[in-house]
Design a protein around this ligand. Structure first.
Ligand SMILES: Cc1cc2nc3c(=O)[nH]c(=O)nc-3n(C[C@H](O)[C@H](O)[C@H](O)COP(=O)(O)OP(=O)(O)OC[C@H]3O[C@@H](n4cnc5c(N)ncnc54)[C@H](O)[C@@H]3O)c2cc1C
Length: 353
C-alpha cells in the first residue's frame, strides 16, 4: 500500500492534521490504537481565552480563536455533525478578595472578553459562593468526544484507518520515504500524545507530562448553558443533566488510573459548592502531553526529513491543535513557515545528537 502520509495517532492533533492534509488532496493513512483514556478522550474540551490567577489572555489567542471557530464547524460538517463548537460562557466564581481585585482590574482593561455576571442572584439557587461571579465570554465548549468518534467513522468508511498499536521496530526511515510493514509513505507525522515520550526520534524533547482526573456527574436542574468554575470546573456534556467535573494536575503519579483521593476530594467539594443533589456516573483519568515551555512541538525532524511531529499540546489541545495542525500540513505540502515558538527546530541541537 502506498500513501503520501502516515499520521500516527487520532487524538485531536492527528484528527486535524489528517483532515488538513486531505483537504489539500493528499492521501493519508491514520494509525491509531484507540486508547479509551487518551487525553483527547478524557478532556473537558473547553477553550477559555482568559486563564490564570491574573486573568490574562492566553498565548496567540487573537489568532487561534477565530481560526478555531472556522475549522471546528468545517470538520464537523465533514464528519456529519452540527454545532461541534458551541459558545459557552465561563462563570468564574471568584474565591478571594485578591482575585476579585485582579478580576476587576482586567474587566477595565479587557472589556471585550470579561465582565461581572448579571445573574449573580440567580446563581445562588444552585451554588454557595462567597464573593462575586466573573463572566468570561468568547469561551467555547467543544463536542470533542463525539467529533473524534464521528471523524474516525469517516476514516473507516474511506479505508483510511489502521486500528493497531504502531511498533517502531517495524518502521524504517529512508531519505525521502518511510516503510511500515507493507505500507510505503513519503513521511510519517507523529501525533502520539504522551506515547510520544517513547518515540525513538523525538524522545529528547522536554516533555513534562501531568495526570488529570474528572468525574462524570448527573446534576438535574443545573442549566447546561454555562461552564462553572471555582477550584473545580463543571462543564456541560452533550447528554441531558450530565456534566464533566475536574480537574487536578499531578506531575508525579504511579499510573494513569482514577484515584480514590480525587473522587473523595471532588465529591466533598461539590457537596460544599453545589446546592443541588448530584450523582457520580463515571470517573476518568488521563495524562496531558505537556512540556516545560508550554508551547507545541510542530514540524519536521531537523535530521530525518521523512518524520515530523505535532505534540506537546499540554492542557490546551482544543485551541492549539487545529491551528498548528494547519501550519504543519502547509509546511509539509508547501514549505510554509511554522510559528517560530512552536517549530520543533528550536530543539535542533538535542534532536541532532
Ligand atoms: C483531565 C484533562 C482535562 C483536559 N481539559 C482540556 C480542556 O478543557 N481544553 C483543552 O484544550 N485541553 C484539555 N486537556 C488537554 C488535551 O486533552 C490535550 O492537549 C489533547 O487532547 C492532546 O491531544 P493529542 O492528539 O496531541 O494527544 P492524545 O489525545 O493523547 O492522542 C494521541 C493518540 O495517539 C494514539 N497513539 C499514540 N501512540 C500510538 C502508537 N504507537 N500506535 C497507535 N496509536 C498510538 C493514542 O492511542 C491516541 O489516540 C485536558 C486533558 C486532561 C487529561
Amino acid at each position: 500500500m502506498q500513501v503520501d502520509y502516515i499520521v500516527l495517532g487520532q487524538g485531536i492533533s492527528g484528527t486535524f492534521l489528517s483532515y488538513f492534509l486531505m483537504q489539500q488532496g493528499a492521501s493519508v493513512l491514520v494509525i491509531d490504537a484507540m486508547k479509551a483514556n487518551s487525553a483527547s478522550r478524557v478532556a473537558s474540551a473547553v477553550i477559555n481565552p482568559v486563564t490564570g490567577r491574573r486573568v490574562v489572555k492566553t498565548w496567540m489567542i487573537d489568532d487561534i480563536l477565530p481560526f478555531a471557530e472556522k475549522v471546528y464547524n468545517e470538520i464537523g460538517e465533514y464528519a456529519g455533525m452540527k454545532d461541534v463548537m458551541q459558545s459557552c460562557p465561563v462563570l468564574d466564581f471568584v474565591p478571594t478578595q485578591q482575585m476579585l481585585d485582579a478580576f476587576t482590574k482586567r474587566v477595565d482593561e479587557n472589556a471585550d472578553y470579561i465582565s461581572f455576571s448579571a445573574d449573580e442572584n440567580g446563581m445562588r439557587e444552585y451554588f454557595n459562593f462567597p464573593l462575586k461571579i466573573g463572566e468570561i465570554r468568547s469561551s467555547y465548549n467543544i463536542a470533542l468526544w463525539e467529533l473524534l468518534a464521528a471523524y474516525r467513522q469517516r476514516l473507516q468508511e474511506n479505508s483510511m484507518l489502521l486500528e493497531e498499536h504502531f511498533n517502531w521496530d517495524n518502521c524504517i526511515l529512508a531519505d525521502s520515504k518511510v516503510f511500515y510493514k507493507d505500507i510505503v509513505a513519503k513521511k510519517i507525522l507523529c501525533c502520539e500524545g504522551v506515547e510520544g515520550g517513547a518515540n525513538p526520534y523525538f524522545q529528547q524533547l522536554p516533555y513534562a507530562f501531568n495526570k488529570g482526573e474528572a468525574l462524570i456527574v448527573s446534576i438535574p436542574g443545573l442549566p447546561q448553558n454555562n461552564i462553572y468554575k471555582m477550584a473545580m470546573t463543571i462543564v456541560p456534556l452533550q447528554q441531558k443533566d450530565l456534566f464533566w467535573v475536574g480537574s487536578n494536575y499531578q506531575w508525579t503519579y504511579e499510573d494513569e488510573l482514577p484515584s480514590r483521593f480525587f473522587r473523595t476530594n471532588t465529591e466533598n467539594y461539590l457537596n460544599h459548592w453545589l446546592k443541588l443533589p448530584f450523582e457520580v456516573k463515571d470517573h476518568i483519568a488521563s495524562v496531558r502531553p505537556a512540556n516545560v515551555e508550554r508551547r507545541p512541538f510542530a514540524g519536521l525532524h531537523p535530521v530525518y526529513s521523512s518524520i515530523g511531529i505535532l505534540n506537546g499540546m499540554g492542557s490546551k489541545g482544543c485551541s492549539l491543535a487545529p491551528y498548528f495542525a494547519y501550519q504543519l500540513a502547509h509546511h509539509v505540502l508547501y514549505a510554509k513557515e511554522i510559528e517560530l515558538l512552536a517549530d520543533v527546530r528550536r530543539f535542533e541541537k538535542v534532536l541532532s545528537k
